[in-house]
Write a protein that binds this ligand. Structure first.
Ligand SMILES: C[S@@+](CC[C@H](N)C(=O)[O-])C[C@H]1O[C@@H](n2cnc3c(N)ncnc32)[C@H](O)[C@@H]1O
Length: 391
């Protein structure tokens, strides 16, 4: 890392504010400087995010560029030998104290493994369309199919298709590849891809992706349904739906209908669904490896308020299920209040919905439904999934 790059990264860090988080500053910088090579973008992003990953190790009295350099040294040392950073230091400094207390880790070993994972630069995952998976992986080079056989998420033996997820380690800007422009793959985290698989939608079914955002999971559901059946995709942000429209056109996904919905009791349609996916707004604790700045801006109040919104979304969406229909709840957080507490409260209020195991996924939350996707198990975002079926 040159001093010039450290200075540039420090300049970006100085622009970060409560209204403009680090990822927004980086997007703006990269968008405004089209001449930046992809390795320069990666170096800049890596430096800014290393700064936030190692923030509590840095000496405030030093100038910002020096702190960025110190963070990069720590990152290099840790990447070469994770044990070089003491376990006690990780527990004390990697996350804010409230966040550590908000997560029920299965064991002290799992807690350490998870914290170590959060200190690594994240893996870039792609999701090729199923029909083109082999050719996309061949064409991109530096793409290797996910191997889940070492983890408890060996879904190859489950009732639905194996994931086509692949990790990408090459130098190329994937957005500029022909394969991306033709819609043959999406950039999508492995844990997010497992959400689509856990829904296991059939081509004959009708689904509602109630919080579709820009459609990462909608497009996956569409692919899993062989572009057949029908998916209603709703979000409160019309801008996100507009992006989904463009992405759907690129991916040749035609079995979609987009509609604005604000999450309230007035549903966007009278249709009854075989499946409803609530990929709910959440605190995003599970994405703190990819976006370490959020560790220092997210609050306990956010967690509490978002948990209330998640319950409200489940309360409103389950009414749209057919008898036998499945409700899948997903969040990219691992905080107790937004995961196991939600399952307990919602299950208790709805005896007419039976908790449903998710095909091929272990029930690891100590409840009749509930699966944590831990970052250290998958080398991906942390997520939580649960599902119910209308009796
Ligand atoms: C986790 S994101 C969805 C990500 C998306 N499913 C994907 O895979 O790309 C949650 C989404 O919920 C939407 N949202 C937030 N509050 C909502 C509400 N009250 N009603 C409906 N959607 C809401 C947000 O706009 C956001 O797009």
């Amino acid at each position: 890392m040159s001093t010039a790059l450290a200075q540039r990264a420090a300049h970006l860090v100085s622009q970060v504010s409560p209204d403009t988080p680090a990822d927004a500053v980086l997007r703006r910088e990269v968008g405004a400087n089209r001449e930046l090579e992809s390795h320069e973008k990666r170096a800049l992003t890596g430096a800014v995010f290393a700064y936030y990953r190692w923030l509590r190790w840095l000496d405030d009295s030093r100038a910002l560029p020096q702190r960025v350099l110190a963070a990069l040294d720590l990152q290099k040392r840790f990447d070469a030998d994770p044990a070089s950073i003491k376990a006690e230091a990780l527990v004390a400094r990697a996350l804010p104290d409230w966040a550590l207390a908000a997560i029920d880790f299965p064991s002290p070993e799992a807690r350490l493994a998870c914290l170590r994972q959060l200190q690594r630069p994240p893996t870039l995952w792609i999701r090729p369309q199923r029909e083109f998976a082999a050719s996309v992986i061949r064409a991109l080079r530096h793409a290797t199919p996910a191997d889940l056989s070492h983890s408890s998420f060996d879904i190859r033996h489950s009732s639905f298709a194996a994931p086509t997820a692949a990790r990408y380690t090459g130098p190329v800007d994937l957005f500029k590849t022909e394969e991306f422009k033709k819609g043959l793959f999406e950039i999508q985290d492995l844990a997010s891809q497992l959400v689509g698989h856990s829904c296991a939608p059939l081509p004959t079914e009708t689904w509602w992706d109630a919080c579709c955002g820009e459609g990462g999971k909608t497009l996956h559901l569409s692919d899993l349904m062989n572009n057949k059946g029908l998916i209603w995709a709703s979000d409160r942000h019309t801008g996100r739906l507009a992006t989904l429209r463009k992405r759907a056109a690129r991916a040749h996904a035609f079995n979609l209908r987009q509609v604005t919905w604000n999450g309230g009791p007035f549903l966007p349609t009278k249709t009854k669904f075989d499946g409803v996916l609530v990929d709910a707004p959440c605190s995003g604790l599970g994405t703190w490896q990819r976006n370490p700045h959020a560790r220092w801006t997210t609050t306990e109040t956010d967690v509490r308020e978002l948990a209330a919104l998640q319950l409200q979304l489940l309360e409103n969406t389950h009414k749209a299920l057919k008898p036998g229909g499945r409700l899948v709840f997903a969040v990219c957080t691992i905080a107790r209040a937004e995961t196991t507490d939600i399952v307990r409260a919602f299950s208790a209020a709805h005896p007419e919905l039976e908790p449903l195991p998710l095909g091929g996924f272990p029930l690891n939350a100590g409840l009749p439904t509930g699966t944590f996707l831990w970052p250290h198990e998958l080398d991906a975002n942390g997520m939580f999934l649960a599902a119910w079926r209308r009796k």
